[in-house]
Design a protein around this ligand. Structure first.
Ligand code: MSP
Length: 505
């Protein structure tokens, strides 16, 4: 199986914040999970560098636009390893490969009679880089604003249009046949009712500024930033060369996006693709938005969360874990200091870290740093092993359907069972009464701890590397397929270092 997963490409008008980090980590988790299953995986991210918003930002920073985007794009690239993410490509829309690809797509649409020249007159929001109908706007004392709260301007200019209206029925037909394409389900319903409400042709070029991919054979037009931006996903697969191995293997791909940009991905993008004779995306998953201590995150409120700061304060895996354990993926979430501390302490420090710490220290002290496979298991042991197999089934089902929070809950519910088992078997008492049984219990708990660690790997990879090193193991030799039967004759342990110190409330 092959698996192509993408983040949206980020606007370079400003520095990265928690929202960007969230989408990137989500894709990293899914990409690592896919790799763990043994699937051939391609994880793409990058930066969206054209359009009026970016041009304006360069101007207000008194920078040459190209210099400005070079500098700002680098901030996004630097953030990736800091987030513990491993990508396969980073794309920038100002790269030559992308301009060639976007212009080719344009020509293809033009040749397929999907584009015509006319005039646009209506509302445009630079902040959202989106056209709006007056009926979508709200009137405030500062004038009309977009549903996002962004200001809008009345624009009137010559423009090329894409025949979006023509694709209404085809899109409905496609989605009704493939309802799993848009997830979660509530978002699917939202998109479908938007399409059924009627699609208007879409303005896809601008003439009032210059910072964009040039429309082929036109002096004054640059492409509307969204047609340019969406095309990044196929540029990275070597479009226009659709017969190369990478394209054939990885398209159609899976897009993870914020709910605010679902319409672009689930309506415009599939229509462009179909009109160009290409397959629509395999899946589009829309996630929710984070607030900060109950408040909308915005520059004007001064409550932007800097990913560097929170990782510095709480630790990388603590943050990765919190973001995906605390809030169902797809829902909105609230970022609060207390919630992080409670979550990390309860799950990572107490339930998981403490189990590893006390069992492995005990083995080092009382079992010569080593455990060996028991000759037979008691009924209570077999039950615990069977319960792991059930946990694994749920975990796989949930991870495969983007329900990362549920998959984590499966693991932590199981960890609680293992902790109850340890308390009931009390190896510290067995030490004096039945040394062999003590060793058998320690082996089983160690084996299950290793298996649980592998399931946690996509979410907290660097901590799992550390955890596995206690057992002289490395994730590189363990996959979700070969670890099912994993039960080595003996396991040698190294002295553990605490993985998750408790966070003070
Ligand atoms: N450039 C476009 C995407 C083009 S993709 C072909 C864009 N960029 S963005 O930088 O503004 O936003 C990128 C992502 O960040 C979006 O998915 C958006 O939902 C996400 N977030 C921005 N703020 C967020 C939160 N407060 N919480 C969660 N995600 C948020 O849109």
């Amino acid at each position: 199986m092959s698996y192509f997963i993408t983040t949206p490409i980020y606007y370079v008008n400003d520095v990265p914040h928690i929202g960007h980090a969230y989408t990137t980590i989500a894709c990293d988790i899914l990409s690592r999970f896919s790799k763990l299953k043994g699937d051939e995986t391609f994880f793409l991210t990058g930066t969206d560098e054209h359009g009026q918003k970016v041009e304006k930002a360069a101007l207000s920073n008194k920078k040459v636009t190209q210099d400005f985007v070079d500098e700002m794009s680098q901030n996004f690239r630097d953030l990736i390893p800091y987030l513990g993410c491993e990508i396969d490509d980073f794309i920038r829309t100002t790269e030559e490969r992308h301009k060639i690809s976007a212009q080719f797509l344009w020509n293809k649409l033009k040749n397929n009679d999907e584009i015509y020249l006319s005039n646009y007159e209506g509302w445009y929001s630079i902040r959202d880089e989106a056209f709006y109908l007056e009926s979508e706007l709200t009137e405030t004392d500062k004038g009309f604003v977009a549903p996002s709260g962004a200001p809008v301007d009345w624009v009137k200019e010559e423009s090329y249009f894409f025949k979006l209206s023509k694709w209404e029925d085809k899109l409905i037909e496609f989605y009704e046949k493939n309802p799993e394409t848009i997830l979660p389900r509530s978002r699917y319903n939202e998109v479908l009712s938007f399409i059924k409400g009627g699609l208007k042709d879409l303005s896809i070029s601008r003439t009032t500024f210059k910072w964009g991919v040039k429309v082929p054979n036109s002096k004054h037009h640059v492409m509307y930033v969204w047609i340019d931006a969406l095309c990044n996903y196929i540029t990275a697969l070597n479009y226009p060369n659709t017969s190369n191995e990478t394209f054939k293997k990885f398209w159609p791909g899976i897009h993870v996006v914020g709910k605010d940009i679902l319409r672009f991905h689930a309506v415009y993008w599939p229509a462009f693709l179909m009109a160009a004779g290409l397959e629509p995306p395999k899946q589009i998953f829309a996630h929710g938005w984070w607030t900060n201590e109950g408040q909308k995150i915005s520059k004007s409120l001064g409550n932007i969360i800097n990913p560097y700061d929170i990782i510095e304060t709480y630790g990388l895996d603590q943050i990765r874990f919190f973001l995906f354990r605390e809030v169902p993926f797809g829902n909105d979430g609230d970022f609060s200091k207390d919630a992080i501390a409670l979550r990390v302490n309860a799950d990572l420090s107490n339930n998981y870290g403490n189990l590893i710490q006390r069992i492995s220290s005990f083995i080092i002290k009382n079992s010569d740093s080593k455990v060996s496979k028991p000759s037979n298991y008691k009924e209570i042991d077999t039950k615990l092993l069977e319960s792991f197999d059930e946990t694994l089934v749920h975990y796989l089902k949930n991870m495969n359907s983007f329900q990362i929070d549920k998959a984590l809950k499966n693991i932590f519910d199981y960890l609680s069972e293992v902790n109850v088992y340890v308390d009931s078997q009390a190896p510290w008492s067995l030490k004096n009464t039945d040394n062999q049984r003590m060793k058998d219990v320690l082996y089983l708990v160690t084996l299950l701890t290793i298996k649980i660690s592998i399931l946690l790997y996509p979410v907290i990879p660097s901590s799992i590397d550390k955890a596995l090193s206690i057992y002289n193991l490395s994730i590189d030799n363990l996959t979700l397929t070969n670890f099912v039967n994993f039960s080595p004759d003996s396991i040698n342990l190294n002295i553990p270092k605490p993985l998750f110190p408790r966070i003070d409330l």
